[in-house]
Design a protein around this ligand. Structure first.
Ligand code: NAD
Length: 506
């Protein structure tokens, strides 16, 4: 990591700073949080714990930068050039960023290297391009003698709050559209995984992003709460747990902020008897256990038609038994640890409470790994439909298997949760695929696949998975407001109707 982001170095432990108004600063109250490598339990850094006064400094910097137009006043082409340069710098540093992400989040290096970092780079390039598409809507004469112009404008200061499962990627999914649209931002990564976002800030400076446009504060709930309550923050874009989303809705109510929520999920993976079973089994293993199941779109409920349930289960268990759990640094590792001891114990709690359910494999900590927050890939069957493990997001390597009778039963079971983020349908019948996809109440339905997202396609949920879209031109619009400007064009001769409401009728 670059020296600019360091406060000091104590042995191998780096003490990070926060980016406020273009300077790397410590927290006013000098609090710090230990950042742990979840695979080794070693402390790898200490990060500032921002309080309300640090957040206030960051918001004031962002407000100043917004109001003087140092960013929103640039042409879209100028903004695009900075974001494009930032993407290039990230690409040049991709190996180092992937290694840092893997160390901080316990993510297998091949996932960080081939997944998170290239996607973040691509996302910045996509939004650099789309920055130049910030246009209004049709202008026309809707009222006699007046021309209406509909302008799309940035919202102002946006608060961006990210989770720990894809730390840099989630920060970029928020910062890229927000900055492309001309907003200024206060970005807070998760308190558990701030390191790559701090690097992102350093690279943004190197790319020429003006001071105060992107401010990065580190810390947990206190800092997040201060962002969501600050009267000068116009919008909060949050990715995280549904329960935290509820809290934020309350915190933001007093200042009536615009909210953008990407929350939890409990994705169904629906396999019909006519599906290519090999493809479905392979797809289910990846979709259930990618990132150790710490993925909001993870296939956590695999629903299989009764005729092929047994066959699917056998093949699935065989594949799951081949997953390699261990050192995230090894290119052979499929699954690393969970993010923290708390998360590991949370997953264990779900399994302990799943009375009556059958654990077909896993359900424990893997043997031979003395350190780290590892959990075995776990397959659960026969859980009651309304039980906690079938209804709540576990956010770990736990998948529930369940059978269904027919199309109607599949749709009812798939939709029978409070969440609505992602789902998939596996069948060789195209009519059935379309019929079922239309009935599924989820923001994404994949057909014969599960997981892939692209910068061009919108991602976001319905029901308790939130609202608003990440990715795509839709996300860009989320960070803008639409202003109507009406210009009277006829001068004194004009007698529009609303002037006739005063005075004597003619
Ligand atoms: P979390 O809700 O615990 O924390 C997310 C962020 O919110 C962190 O930065 C945290 O410090 C901050 N925060 C905590 N309390 C706050 C408060 N009261 N006010 C403001 N900010 C607060 O979530 P997590 O455990 O970091 O991430 C896992 C969750 O994120 C899962 O539920 C997962 O499904 C969800 N997620 C959703 C998507 C999506 O696209 N829908 C993507 C990734 C993760």
């Amino acid at each position: 990591m670059a020296k600019s982001a360091m406060l000091e170095r104590k042995g191998s432990v780096e003490k990070t700073r926060m980016l406020i108004d273009g300077r790397w600063v410590g927290a006013v109250k000098a609090g710090a949080r230990k950042i742990v490598n979840p695979a080794t339990e070693e402390v790898i850094a200490e990060a500032c714990e921002a309080g309300a006064s640090d957040v206030d400094r960051a918001v004031r910097a962002a407000k100043g930068a917004f109001e003087d137009g140092r960013w929103s006043g640039k042409t879209p082409g100028e903004r695009a050039a900075v974001l494009w340069k930032l993407a290039g710098l990230m690409e040049e540093n991709a190996g180092r960023l992937a290694e840092l992400e893997s160390r901080n989040a316990g993510k297998p290096i091949k996932l960080a290297k081939d997944g998170d970092i290239p996607f973040a780079v691509d996302n910045l390039r996509f939004f650099a391009g789309i920055a130049r598409g910030l246009d209004g809507l049709a202008s026309a004469e809707y009222s006699g003698g007046a021309t209406s112009v509909l302008r799309r404008e940035p919202v102002g200061v946006v608060g961006l709050i990210a989770p720990w499962n894809y730390p840099l990627m989630m920060s970029v999914w928020k910062a890229a559209p927000a900055l492309a649209a001309g907003n200024t931002a206060v970005l807070k990564p998760s308190e558990l995984t701030p390191l790559t976002t701090i690097e992102f800030g350093r690279l943004a400076q190197e790319a020429g992003l003006p001071d105060g446009v992107l401010n990065i504060v580190t810390g947990g709930e206190t800092a997040g709460k201060a962002i969501t309550e600050h009267p000068d923050v116009a919008m909060v874009s949050f990715t995280g747990d549904t329960a935290t989303g509820r809290k934020i809705m309350g915190q933001a109510a007093a200042s009536l902020k615009r909210l953008h929520f990407e929350l939890g999920g409990k994705a169904p993976f629906v396999v019909f008897e006519d599906a290519d079973l090999d493809a479905a089994v392979n797809g289910a293993v990846v979709a259930a256990f990618v990132n150790a199941g710490q993925d909001c779109t993870a296939a956590t409920r695999v629903l299989v038609q009764a005729q092929v349930y047994k066959k699917f289960q056998e093949a699935f268990l065989e594949k799951v038994s081949q997953l390699r759990v261990g050192d995230p640094k090894s290119p052979k590792t499929d699954m690393g640890p969970l993010i923290s001891r708390d998360q590991l114990e949370r997953v264990e709690g779900f399994l302990r409470r799943a009375k009556g359910a059958k654990i077909l494999c896993g359900g424990d900590r893997p043997a031979g790994l003395a350190k780290g927050f590892f959990h075995s890939p776990t397959v659960v069957a026969d859980a009651a439909f309304d039980s906690e493990i079938m209804q709540s997001e576990v956010f770990g390597p736990v998948v529930c298997l369940q059978s269904f009778r027919d199309e109607a039963d599949a749709v009812a079971k798939a939709n029978g949760v409070a969440y609505g983020l992602a789902s998939s349908v596996w069948t060789s019948n195209v009519q059935k695929a379309f019929r079922v996809s239309a009935k599924l109440q989820f923001g994404t339905v994949w057909i014969n696949d599960h997981l892939p997202l692209t910068s061009e396609t919108p991602h976001g949920g319905v029901k308790q998975s939130g609202f608003g879209k990440d990715l795509s031109a839709c996300a860009f619009q989320e960070y803008t407001t639409l202003k109507h400007v009406m210009i009277e064009t006829t001068g004194a001769a004009r007698k529009p109707w609303h002037y006739t409401v005063f005075g004597d009728p003619a």
